[in-house]
Design a protein around this ligand. Structure first.
Ligand SMILES: [Cu+2]
Length: 318
């Protein structure tokens, strides 16, 4: 996965209608500030030049000026006007970007965990982790929750940042206007691995979204391959099932860690730290603490052969 592409993580890469409003307001404010700077700095330079001590200065006091009502009204009115205009525009943008939710049900529920993200699509009965999809051109209502401490959900090119507060769901609207892969990260310090709590957002066509979400709702078939069956047995025996869920595996229904039902479809492991390959998966489950020290998954002390079998099983879950 190409994580270094700056376009994926720029607020100026406007890919939602909400961010268009926010960036436009930002640019307008920046333009006004630039004009103020040029006027003030220009006057300052001009005045320094004009009122330089003349060669033939006789040392007497210059003409004293006490107050100028017209000037004072002007320099009070102009800033007041600027502040009112920017305040009103900000209020308008806030209302447009964050309209009332009313009784609408969320399309996507994002739950922040130490240190990964859970994504639920309640309308489809789908739960996944660390990577989510949204359809292009549709205004999706996203509810942001937390399972433990305060996190903050921020896909940079989407513009808005939303806190995930325990016990207090928050809402945001996301209306993507451009297809692609966009990245984000937790932006509220939440403990040891706060910096490796990446967000991977895919914006796809409505048709591709339907295909993806329907595939998520399907319980993956477990092949009859001997390694896969061995892997499943080990997975169920090695306490993985105390923390993880795999749909269709009645022993694995725990919700402490990420849902692994369609793990094979994800680009990364551990919320963006490793590329999702069978080799990396085996290394991850043996020693997750070397990749993300402090996380809530212990090193599993598996032999290479066992780790390999479990990796083959999990990677067969498409
Ligand atoms: Cu966090």
């Amino acid at each position: 996965m190409e994580i270094s592409n700056a376009d994926l993580t720029s607020i100026f890469n406007v890919v939602t209608s909400q961010n268009k409003w926010m960036v436009d307001l930002h640019m307008f404010t920046a333009a006004i500030c630039t004009i103020i700077f040029i006027v003030v700095a220009g006057l300052l330079v001009a005045i320094i030049g004009k009122f330089k001590t003349p060669e033939n200065d006789d040392g007497s006091e210059p003409r004293q000026v006490r107050g100028n009502v017209r000037l004072e009204i002007v320099w009070t009115a102009i800033p007041l006007l600027i502040v009112i205009v920017l305040g009103v525009l900000t209020a308008i943008v806030m209302l447009v970007v964050n309209p009332a939710v009313g009784s609408k049900k969320p399309d996507l529920i994002v739950v922040g965990h130490q240190w990964w993200w859970e994504y639920q699509y309640p309308k489809y009965g789908v739960t996944t982790a660390n990577e989510f999809y949204l359809p292009l051109g549709k205004n999706s209502l996203v509810e942001v929750r937390s399972a433990d401490v305060v996190h903050s959900f921020w896909v940079i090119a989407f513009g808005q940042k939303m806190d995930a507060i325990p016990g207090h769901p928050t809402n945001m609207w996301i209306h993507p206007t451009k297809k692609g892969l966009f990245l984000g990260t937790c932006s509220e310090y939440c403990g040891a691995q706060h910096g490796l709590m990446r967000i991977i957002a895919n914006v796809v066509s409505p048709e591709d979204f339907e295909t993806w979400i329907k595939a998520q709702a399907v319980i993956p078939a477990v092949s009859e391959d001997a390694t896969v069956l061995k892997g499943k047995e080990l997975f169920n025996a090695a306490t993985c099932v105390q923390c993880h869920r795999v749909a269709g595996n009645p022993d694995a229904q725990a919700l402490i860690g990420p849902d692994l039902t369609h793990l094979a479809q994800r680009k990364t492991l551990g919320a963006g730290v490793l590329e999702n390959t069978p080799e990396n998966l085996a290394k991850w489950m043996q020693n997750p603490q070397t990749f993300k020290p402090g996380i809530n998954m212990p090193n599993m002390r598996l032999t290479d052969a066992d780790a390999h079998s479990i990796a083959v099983y999990l990677e067969s879950l498409k």
